[in-house]
Design a protein around this ligand. Structure first.
Ligand SMILES: CC(C)(COP(=O)(O)OP(=O)(O)OC[C@H]1O[C@@H](n2cnc3c(N)ncnc32)[C@H](O)[C@@H]1OP(=O)(O)O)[C@@H](O)C(=O)NCCC(=O)NCCS
Length: 435
């Protein structure tokens, strides 16, 4: 029965007629029944291309990594609901799941973790690399540049074995790079990794410890960061992941592709939004604490203010990651015994926006960045490091997509087309005869 249903589905096609030409386009179905017409023959048969700015209707690949249903607020990595992974898993386990497709056995997780621990240090020459960068450099371009520079240290051709080493090196060195990017801008000595610590506690140690004294790691704070990284670990074909795939499609090395992904993530409409959320909340707190006034500004088309952390290209109902974080946020802040003015303002903003016709009619709900910034802030993470933590979280997702793309039998270099709107052919005008 299932086979018959599937074969009926596979026979579906879409017929397009244009200026006397026509083509039948087959329809591909995903495992969750999403449908996409295959445009491979569209241009050669009809002369038409598709025009889809922002790629809102364009499927660029088939992928078995992450499933999102934006209308229902569903997010699953390799079939596992994000809520269950957030509650029961760890970041390294999720990284393995994204890369390998299955949850690891105890032995697999232990050897994965041990292998990563062998590669956490950066080459000592990176100290000179960091010292060449300005002290006030934002840590995101520092991270992008450092990951790009890894390609200058590991230059062997990318055989399967070499790719495995690059994957392990990237996962191992990313927390070290992230912490160095911070230590560099505050002028403190870099801390070496401590391999007796777990992945996330090691990052906390490199970020906050100094050589002068012991630094007691709060396991609850490390767990909160681990959870945030799980929630950020993949999100299918978003801007930065598509960038990683596009750069990688030219067969650029993994380090170069990931460096490009970090740059794409930096922007305020993508990973940079968590920093913008906290800046918005601080701005409101500084003014007079009025969430209502800010919501009015966000709705005013003559005002550039947006309600940062609200809205999403894919989620048209509550972002499931934001739901997990809203709960975690209250727990973390309660446990740290901090009164958070910013959390109060955030909750008030959400309350107003969820009842406001402007936001309701446009299906604008809190996204993952809305509460992650408040948690990072409560944990003492400096604002300019928020997107760097997002980077650490997203890394396994980027790598999984890069690997999936490279192994795809339909793999082709990414190369969109355009509708040209410039001048038509005209003769060159000598400079003496110009205006
Ligand atoms: C995420 C985002 C870039 C999605 O963009 P998009 O899918 O291209 O949606 P659009 O920008 O076309 O927005 C659709 C409508 O909602 C409005 N809108 C979207 N997000 C808004 C926000 N955060 N505050 C106020 N209005 C918003 C737009 O002005 C537009 O209104 P219009 O139909 O009257 O012109 C956008 O919602 C945004 O800028 N959000 C704030 C930044 C953010 O939190 N980014 C993190 C994403 S995880």
């Amino acid at each position: 029965m299932a086979t018959q249903a599937m074969s009926e589905k596979l026979q579906q096609e879409v017929e397009i007629h244009f200026e006397g030409k026509s083509v039948k386009l087959p329809v591909h179905r995903g495992s969750e029944d999403e449908a996409g017409m295959d445009l491979a023959k569209l241009r050669s048969s009809t002369g038409l291309i598709t025009f889809d700015p922002g790629y809102g209707n364009t499927g660029a690949c088939k992928s078995a990594i992450t499933y999102i249903d934006g209308d229902q607020g569903i997010l699953r990595y390799r079939g596992y609901p994000i809520e269950e992974l957030a509650e029961k898993s760890t970041f390294l386990e999720v990284a393995w799941l994204l890369l390998q497709g299955e949850l690891p056995t105890k032995a697999e997780l232990a050897s994965f973790s041990a292998e990563i621990k062998q590669h956490t240090m950066l080459h000592e020459d990176f100290k000179r690399f960091f010292s060449a960068l300005p002290k006030d450099a934002h840590p995101m371009p520092v991270c992008a540049a450092t990951v790009g520079a890894l390609a200058t240290y590991y230059q062997d051709p990318e055989s399967e074995r070499q790719i495995h080493s690059s994957v392990i090196r990237l996962l191992a060195k990313m927390p070290t790079i992230a912490a160095c990017s911070y230590k560099h801008c505050i002028g403190q000595p870099f801390m070496y990794p401590r391999n007796e610590l777990d992945y996330t506690s090691n990052f906390v140690q490199m970020m906050f410890a100094t050589p002068c004294e012991d630094y007691p790691i709060d396991p609850a704070a490390a767990r909160a960061i681990d959870l945030l990284m799980i929630l950020h670990a993949d999100h299918e074909q978003n801007c930065s992941t598509s960038t990683v795939r596009l750069v990688g499609s030219s067969q650029a090395p993994l380090f170069a592709s990931i460096s490009a992904g970090i740059s794409a993530l930096w922007g305020s409409l993508h990973g940079g939004a968590n920093q913008k959320v906290i800046e918005m909340l601080e701005h409101i707190a500084r003014e007079d604490g009025s969430a209502d006034k800010y919501v009015a500004r966000a709705k005013d088309k003559n005002d550039t203010a947006r309600l940062m952390g609200f809205g999403h290209r894919i989620y048209k109902s509550y972002d499931p990651r934001a739901a997990v974080l809203k709960k975690t946020c209250a727990e973390v802040i309660g446990r740290l015994g901090k009164s958070s003015k910013l959390l109060e303002i955030a909750m008030r903003l959400e309350e107003i926006a969820l009842k406001d016709e402007y936001f309701v009619s446009r299906k604008l709900y809190p996204n993952v960045d809305f509460y992650s910034g408040v948690i990072f802030n409560a944990l003492g993470i400096p604002t300019n490091m928020f997107t760097v933590l997002f980077t650490m979280g997203r890394l396994p997702g980027w790598i999984a997509h890069w690997l999936e793309m490279r192994r795809d039998p339909d793999f082709r270099i990414g190369r969109p087309r355009q509708i040209y709107t410039g001048a038509t052919k005209r003769p060159y005008v000598a400079i003496e005869r110009r205006g």
